[in-house]
Ligand binder design. Structure first.
Ligand code: NDP
Length: 297
């Protein structure tokens, strides 16, 4: 089996390099061309040529335009990478019979209410990033290719920057942190996403009828404020020296950003767990493991 991985150095892409390696021959690309191959998603024709040249059984697309605020002022670029490039991948997958594995976001939803979103719920993105990711999903589904689209939320990885590391850095210098308390979701590890992807790829080879859209997030829910409190408590319990003594909850309206953010990022993962017989661990276990890694505890 041959797998073409795009976006190999992102949070999820990095973990996919590990989890996909034992499934088959893995050709992993970043933006840079390698041996005549092109992993730059905005170059649609070279992307198409790359897929034709590799002839993968699975295309796994971990590359995306993920700068949520910047997407408001760089709409065309975000749409090209998150929408049009997915359409190219999907067309090529449909034509060759390959699978396309892709990642999307809870930002396709309005963020209203407090129920967890199911796959069939109405979409209504509140910012351009969400709209561009939705365009990618729709292009894949419309192409008729065999696909796995995983909508996830609040992704973190031990490698690179993440919210927990930002909180730890700020807590070293500041006595008070103000953190948003009215956005609710589930911090989800890039390692978990990559492991579930590998397990799902194995299963769809035997059961292609599992092709579809799935919500993938760690179990449980928390606000950014609760997430920050968990991180700081862990660090203090492990004798990190921090200046912080107070973590104040604030509303989203007190922290204006160029892109609106949905308040309700809860994802219902029942369909994924049932169809693939999977257990999704609670968000705390993954975050704590990541903290142990980054703090070397
Ligand atoms: P990252 O931002 O960590 O990684 C994205 C990768 O895409 C980077 O390696 C980036 O490369 C690459 N990339 C960006 N533009 C291009 C381009 N034009 N051509 C080729 N590569 C490009 O994202 P995550 O790993 O966190 O996200 C993985 C998936 O999960 C994405 O589809 C994202 O939309 C989705 N998701 C992420 C969430 C999150 O909280 N992060 C939440 C919900 C869904 P470079 O570093 O060179 O720019």
């Amino acid at each position: 089996m041959k797998i073409l991985l795009l976006g190999k150095n992102g949070q999820v892409g990095w973990e996919l390099q590990r989890s996909l390696a034992s499934l088959g021959e893995l050709i992993a690309l970043d933006r840079n061309s390698d041996a005549g191959l092109c992993g730059e998603l905005s170059d649609l024709e070279r992307l198409r040529a790359t897929i034709r040249k590799v002839e993968p059984d699975f295309i796994v697309n971990a590359a995306a335009y993920t700068a949520v605020d910047k997407a408001e002022s760089e709409r065309a670029t975000a749409s090209r990478i998150n929408g049009e490039a997915c359409q190219v991948m999907a067309q090529e997958a449909a034509a060759s019979g390959a699978w396309l594995v892709h990642y999307s976001t809870d930002y396709v939803f309005s963020g209203r209410g407090s129920e967890s979103w199911r796959e069939a719920d109405a979409v209504a993105p509140v910012n351009h990033y969400g709209a561009s990711k939705l365009a990618g999903e729709q292009a894949i589904i419309a192409s008729g290719c065999k696909h796995l689209i995983f909508r996830t939320s609040w992704v973190y990885g031990a490698r690179g920057n993440n919210f927990a590391k930002t909180m730890l850095r700020l807590a070293k210098d500041r006595e008070t942190l103000n953190v948003i308390a009215d956005q609710i979701g589930a911090p989800t590890g890039a390692d978990l996403i990559a492991d579930v992807t590998a397990l799902a790829i194995r299963q769809v080879q035997l059961r292609p009828e599992l092709s579809g859209l799935y919500h993938l997030a760690a179990a449980g829910e928390v606000s950014w404020h609760g997430y920050a409190s968990h991180v700081i408590s862990f660090a203090l319990a492990n004798e990190e020296s921090l200046a912080v003594s107070q973590i104040n909850p604030i509303d989203t309206t007190a922290y204006p950003t160029p892109a609106l953010r949905p308040l309700n990022s809860r994802l219902n993962t029942q369909k994924l767990r049932d169809n693939f017989s999977l257990h999704l661990p609670d968000w705390q276990s993954g975050v704590t493991r990541m903290l142990r890694e980054v703090l070397n505890k």
